[in-house]
Ligand binder design. Structure first.
Ligand SMILES: Nc1nc2c(c(=O)[nH]1)N[C@H]1C(S)=C(S)[C@@H](COP(=O)(O)OP(=O)(O)OC[C@H]3O[C@@H](n4cnc5c(=O)[nH]c(N)nc54)[C@H](O)[C@@H]3O)O[C@H]1N2
Ligand SMILES: Nc1nc2c(c(=O)[nH]1)N[C@H]1C(S)=C(S)[C@@H](COP(=O)(O)OP(=O)(O)OC[C@H]3O[C@@H](n4cnc5c(=O)[nH]c(N)nc54)[C@H](O)[C@@H]3O)O[C@H]1N2
Ligand SMILES: [Mo]
Length: 701
């Protein structure tokens, strides 16, 4: 496969022939950013003497168009960092202290295989729990462990840490499948960015929104704090977290009362309008103003602007769904375009996720290898699983492509679980993270620029294939090869355990999908981005709901005993209600990607120590000044920050951007304060639903 894909690369190479004349092995290679971000950028990577020296955006990528974020600019350091783990490691000190000795691959894998066999024999194979997420977004390597853990009969992991609540809510209202392509928003005259910090988390969408704004469109942002994106808005609604459904219902009330709705669209393509109208009537702007902590006139202005627009468009992030009633929030927001007929207006619509053409992953996951009745563990509840689960207890945790000591909620439970002396912990990682500290065996993982893979994005409709830019650093190995070596040690003979990346890529491309016409290995081998056959406005052909229409009323929800109509009543953190007076959210940091990039010295330095934003009024009442060390606490734990006193947040809200590693940012990570409670649908983490309080504290104490 490598030679085939390198055709495009050889051309790039020719361009640099003046350097080659000096006999320095030197070239630009095409690659794909694999980080868990909607943009999945096309990259050009400069390699000199086998080392990556620079990374820039690929100008030929139709969506990411040649620019990259600060994080991607640090990839040379990321790959060649002195903090890279280059050999397998075995624990020599007490758990949690991170003391290891290097061992050979054979010794490390033999030990893991031995533990898997003996734990299965003694406790049953469900005592093994895999824990992985999105460190590497390539389809092959991200999914390379599933067949192995299915075959061994391990407990199954429910992948709920991020999107399922948002997805579930949308599906009820609009059905499954892709949403409005972001590029079309450049034609919109009214854009609502609803709970997405686009300039930080989806920056390649920004040029389209900005183009619309320059052409006269209004840009409204609905977000509890003035993030980078809100600073660019014409209208910013600093909504109280968890109250989005109430705001959307109030907008509906105004739209209906002012007759700004599309009667024709409603009669042809929606169901349940009369019942929705009755429900929305209760949400007057005055009532919503009170519930959402917003000025009434702002709610009316938003509704009128949206209702009168030629092409109303909404970009939702995941923020509103990281609430106990997050799915309901998303369901309700997703109904607005149906009311104004936005789906039939060029430039209008709503964007959730895109891509997804490669949806049949069965060749990798091999669901047929699962043992019927195997238990499932929700990844949000890792803390509970490690400390409370019995019959059997978890005795072996195998972590890959994730950093649960930092990213999973309710860290106190997670860390207590990881620290159990009777838990065998395997971690596949590139760096010494807060999770590897608890490992019995660390297996060095090759990074994305060191392996071949197939990539689809969740922020655009292009796919790309990439080959290794350099060989794996040190002794590191790809996720696929590690699981294949383990499978061999356990005596698994199924063909899935001997296929290579090319085999899997070919199988994925020939999987069932309505969107892959004309896309095959040949078209992808130059490494360039290829558009899949997803329509720019997929709603033109209808909605993938049971009725085929926008469902203001959902029989599916009624059948499950749930409220079939949108409901604006928020659900607050029940552990803190009446006890702790402030809300606390932990949205993404501009310079980190979840917990990744903490290892890059330059980015860490620029990010500075962990900060919490506090409103001047709230700070004043507690005697907190800008820059003061503070402790934020609730029943679940406590966490140290430096106060950033600013009116960019609400008086009832503290905001801590990003996931700092507690080991590098003393005081504990933000997930000390979050909860393992699950959302209303989708069983996702309500990361942004926390009650806390804050005190000034001594730096030392
Ligand atoms: N730089 C950077 N980029 C990233 C990431 C990162 O960590 N750093 N993470 C990546 C990942 S994994 C994902 S899933 C995406 C997430 O991308 P986003 O959807 O942008 O991130 P969220 O954490 O969901 O938060 C989005 C916004 O929702 C706001 N918010 C919180 N609660 C509420 C609420 O109740 N209502 C409303 N209206 N807004 C609310 C937050 O303040 C935040 O500004 O970004 C990806 N891109
Ligand atoms: N409080 C709070 N917590 C959150 C969130 C929040 O908004 N607030 N966001 C949540 C969200 S949206 C998500 S998606 C999750 C993300 O959770 P994770 O997917 O666990 O996020 P990362 O921090 O990116 O951790 C990925 C790890 O994989 C490693 N890695 C990357 N590439 C490779 C590779 O090729 N090989 C190997 N072996 N390892 C690799 C990285 O070094 C990194 O340590 O976090 C969630 N946690
Ligand atoms: Mo995520």
């Amino acid at each position: 496969m490598q030679n085939e894909i390198s055709v495009g690369i050889a051309k790039e190479n020719n361009k640099t022939s003046n350097r080659e004349a000096r006999e320095i092995p030197h070239m630009w290679k095409r690659a794909v950013c694999t980080k868990d971000c909607p943009d999945t950028c096309g990259l050009l990577v400069h390699v000199e003497n086998g080392k990556i020296t620079s990374v820039k955006g690929d100008p030929d990528h139709p969506f990411t168009a040649g620019f990259i974020c600060r994080k991607a600019g640090s990839f040379p350091e990321h790959v060649h960092s002195s903090k890279r783990i280059t050999t397998p490691l075995k624990r020599i000190g007490p758990k949690g202290t991170g003391r290891f000795k290097p061992v050979s691959w054979n010794e490390a894998l033999d030990e893991v295989a031995f533990q898997m066999k003996s734990i299965s024999a003694e406790y049953g194979s469900e005592a093994i729990l895999p824990y992985s997420y999105a460190g590497h977004m390539g389809l092959v390597h991200r999914n390379a462990g599933h067949a192995f853990f299915n075959r061994i009969g391990a407990s199954r992991l429910d992948y709920t840490i991020c999107g399922p609540a948002a997805t579930a809510g949308y599906h009820i209202s609009l059905g499954s499948g892709p949403s409005t392509e972001i590029q079309s928003a450049a034609q919109s005259d009214y854009i609502i960015i609803w709970g997405s910090n686009t300039l930080t988390t989806n920056v390649h969408a920004w040029p389209y929104f900005k183009a619309a704004q320059k052409a006269g469109a209004t840009l409204a942002v609905i977000d509890p704090y003035r993030n980078r994106t809100a600073r660019q808005a014409d209208l910013h609604l600093m909504i109280k977290p968890g109250t989005d459904a109430a705001l959307a219902l109030a907008m509906m009330q105004v739209l209906i009362e002012q007759d700004l709705i599309d009667h024709d669209f409603i009669s042809r393509k929606t169901i349940g309008f009369e019942r929705l109208k009755a429900r929305a009537a209760a949400y007057t702007p005055a009532r919503a103003a009170d519930m959402c902590g917003l000025p009434e006139d702002m709610i009316i202005r938003l509704a009128l602007g949206y209702g009168r627009a030629r092409a109303p468009y909404i970009r939702t992030g995941w923020g509103p769904a990281r609430q106990l009633k997050g799915a309901m929030a998303m369901r309700t927001i997703a109904l607005l375009p149906g009311l104004v007929g936005a789906f039939d207006k060029p430039g209008g619509g709503i964007t959730r996720t895109l891509g997804g053409a490669l949806s049949d992953l069965s060749c990798l996951i091999r669901p047929d290898l699962r043992r019927p009745g195997t238990r499932t563990v929700n990844m949000v509840e890792l803390g509970n699983a490690l400390t409370r689960l019995t019959d059997p207890p978890v005795k072996l945790l195998h972590v890959y492509l994730s950093n649960p000591a930092v990213v999973a909620p309710q860290s106190r439970e997670v860390l207590a679980g990881l620290a159990r002396e009777d838990l065998f912990v395997v971690v596949q990682e590139m760096f010494r993270t807060d999770t590897t500290r608890y490992a019995d065996i660390v297996l060095p993982g090759a990074g994305f620029l060191e392996v071949a893979d197939l990539y689809q994005a969740f922020g655009h409709n292009y796919i790309q294939m990439a080959r290794p830019v350099i060989p794996p650093v040190g002794q590191s190995r790809s996720t696929l090869s590690i699981f294949q070596d383990l499978a061999a040690r356990l005596g698994f003979k199924d063909d899935v355990f001997s296929l290579d990346e090319t085999d899997f890529i070919n199988r994925l491309l020939s999987g069932a999908s309505p969107y892959l016409d004309g896309v095959d290995f040949e078209t992808l081998k130059s490494g360039r981005a290829v558009r899949v056959d997803i329509p720019s406005n997929p709603y033109e052909s209808g909605f993938n709901t049971p009725s085929g229409k926008v469902e203001f009323y959902s029989q599916t929800m009624a059948d499950q005993g749930l409220d079939p109509l949108p409901d604006g009543q928020p659900l607050r953190d029940p552990d803190g209600e009446g006890k702790y007076g402030l809300e606390f959210i932990t949205p993404p940091h501009h310079l980190f990607l979840n917990s990744a990039f903490n290892e890059i010295g330059e980015l860490r330095e620029k990010a500075g120590p962990a900060q919490v934003m506090i409103h001047p009024e709230t700070a004043g009442k507690r005697g907190i000044a800008d820059g003061d060390p503070v402790r934020v606490f609730n029943d679940r734990g406590e966490c140290r920050f430096y106060a950033c006193v600013t009116d960019a947040t609400r008086a009832d809200l503290l905001v801590a951007e990003g996931l700092h590693w507690p080991s590098l940012s003393p005081g504990g990570g933000a997930n000390q304060l979050t909860s393992q409670r699950l959302t209303d649908m989708g069983e996702t983490c309500a990361f942004h639903c926390n009650r806390v309080d804050i005190q000034r504290c001594d730096n030392e104490s």
